[in-house]
Write a protein of this length. Sequence first.
Length: 370
Amino acid sequence: MTTFGIEEEFVFLDPETLRPADVADAAFTHLAADPRWKPLTHREFLAAQVEHASAVFSIMTEAQEALVGFRREVAAEAGRAGVLAASVGCPPDALPFPTITATPRYLRIVHEMAGVIADHQIQGLHVHVGIGDADQGVRALNVIRSWLPLLAALTGNSPIWRGHDTGYESWRNVGQRRWTTTGCPPEFRDAADYERRIERLVGIGGMKDHAIIMWAARLSTHVPTVEIRVADAQLEAWSAVLIAALCRALVDSVVDVSLGASAAVVPSAEAAPGPELLNAALLHAAHSGLDALVLDPVLGELRSAHEVLDRARSVLAPALEASGDVELVTTGLARLLDEGTGGARQRAAFASGGMPALAELYASTFTAEG
């Protein structure tokens, strides 16, 4: 069974203002002192952030249990510091410029990117899916790019920024468009073409190393995986696991020839969306989520969210059946359609009760088990 890993970025917030609270260094020190969490806990770009880079899994239920367990530890750290832990694409309010974790690499990024950093106060969900080699990974990337707008529509969770409703479900995805490399990756011939082209980017527009490539999907720089990075951090662990299950099924459909699904998940040559359509559809998804038409990754056309998700389940069915994830995905997608994305839920809370209602939403969802 194909392995996967999940990276979640969390932010500590002042419980009253919901601005980032720069307490992550103490939280990281405490978590890293525990042998259970040391390999999984990482500092992040902002002094208010901590990252969970999960263990490698093959079973989704085990991943969810582990994610909830780590979130409980982060929540405990927040409690010790008198702040609130949240899993959101961006904080609902922020100071004009964030405090940066003082490592040479991060400080160099600030120097290179300058004013872009003022609004780069974001948290993402990154799903890693194991691959046999880089050529396999490139084949998967070339298919995943057509699915990124749909994944973005499912995962918007950052509608409130600097105290106002932005009108977008994912303001994080809007902010990332300012970076040198962003949005859907281009198509590549093979792994050698991928390596050659990303190497030529180094040194241009703040691209000091491969890890600063901000495409919504890429090959990992440090493990043999495809890394799908389009999703905002999710309110609850179950939706993070749902996205991981979809990502794994998509990669498996491309690289596992025994499933016979590779042709089904790829649009025809006539329907294949070009880069201009894909990047327009990404912004469209960031704006409307599941409340408007969504780019169908197989037809290459805008269709209703229900229709697109029905087709997605159908073409991914062989991979989902092989991994045992049919029920998880079916139930999870139905729940998203019923309850709304994190972005929709945040917007509703903010409209009804402002910052206090958002704080209550964050507190009630952060360590929810199901």
